[in-house]
Design a protein around this ligand. Structure first.
Ligand SMILES: *[C@@H]1O[C@H](CO)[C@@H](O)[C@H](O)[C@H]1NC(C)=O
Length: 228
C-alpha cells in the first residue's frame, strides 16, 4: 500500500515538474498556421549584458514568421528574430524592445539552415548570422535585459506570454536551439553551423531543455539535411 502511494506520488511529481529533456537528434514540428500552438521554454530570471541565440530551421513559407521570441514583463520584444519582415531574407532583430533590420540573407526553402543573433550591451551592437556567415553590424541598445523570461518558439509575442498573430506564426521544423549569456566568436558560430564542436548554451541548451508544448506541436526525430 505504502509502495503504491509512493509510486503514485512519484509519477504525479514527474508530471508537474517538467524536468529538462535532452533533445539531441530531435526537432519540433509546427505543422499548421495557427495562433495557438507553440513551445514555451522555461529558464530562470535573466540578467544579461550580452547574448547569443542560435537555432536551425526548415520551412517552405515566404511570408514573415517569428523564429525566436523572448519577452520579459513590460518588454514583449526583449529578444526576438522575425524572418522575412519586409522582403525575403530580411530579418527584424529586437533587443530590449529596440528593433533593427538586417537584409540580404539568402534563406532557402525546404533546407535546414542555421541562424544566430549576437548582442553585446557594452557596444550595443547586434549582428545576424545565416549558415555561419555574418551580416552587417547594427546598434540596438546598451540596456541590460532583466526579468522573468517568457520564451516561445512557433509564435511571436506582442505582449508578455500572448498577443500571438496568425500571420507571424511559424510553420516548419526547428531544432538545436541554444542561448548563451555572451557573444560567441565567429569560429564558434561557424562550428555551430557545421555541427562541429561548440560550447552548449549556458542559458538555453538543446541537450537539457525545459519546455512545454501548447497545442499541435510535435517532438520528432530530426530528418537529416537534404542532399543538394
Ligand atoms: C571547431 O570544431 C573543431 C572540430 O571539432 C575543433 O577542433 C575546434 O577547436 C573548434 N573551434 C572552436 C573555436 O571551438
Amino acid at each position: 500500500m505504502v509502495l503504491i502511494i509512493a509510486f503514485l506520488l512519484m509519477t504525479l511529481g514527474k508530471l508537474i515538474t517538467c524536468a529538462p529533456q535532452d533533445l539531441s537528434g530531435k526537432m519540433f514540428t509546427f505543422p499548421q498556421k495557427t495562433d495557438t500552438a507553440y513551445v514555451k521554454i522555461t529558464t530562470p530570471n535573466l540578467q544579461l549584458g550580452a547574448a547569443t541565440v542560435c537555432l536551425r530551421f526548415f520551412t517552405d513559407i515566404t511570408r514573415a514568421y517569428g523564429l525566436f521570441s523572448l519577452a520579459t514583463p513590460g518588454h514583449p520584444d526583449s529578444f526576438h528574430f522575425v524572418a522575412n519582415r519586409y522582403q525575403i531574407g530580411s530579418v527584424q532583430f529586437a533587443v530590449g524592445d529596440v528593433f533593427s533590420y538586417f537584409y540580404g540573407h539568402s534563406f532557402k526553402l525546404n533546407a535546414w539552415q542555421s541562424v544566430c543573433g549576437t548582442w553585446n550591451a557594452n557596444t550595443g551592437l547586434t549582428q545576424f548570422w545565416h549558415n555561419g556567415n555574418p551580416g552587417s553590424r547594427r546598434f540596438t541598445t546598451t540596456s541590460h535585459l532583466t526579468g522573468a523570461p517568457f520564451i516561445t518558439l512557433g509564435q511571436e509575442q506582442d505582449t508578455y506570454g500572448g498577443g500571438y498573430d496568425l500571420y507571424y506564426s511559424f510553420v516548419g521544423m526547428i531544432s538545436d536551439l541554444h542561448m548563451w549569456d555572451y557573444v560567441l566568436t565567429p569560429d564558434q558560430i561557424k562550428n555551430y553551423s557545421y555541427k562541429l564542436t561548440f560550447p552548449s548554451g549556458n542559458v538555453l541548451n538543446w541537450a537539457a531543455l525545459d519546455f512545454q508544448v501548447k497545442g499541435r506541436v510535435l517532438v520528432e526525430d530530426e530528418q537529416k539535411h537534404s542532399f543538394k
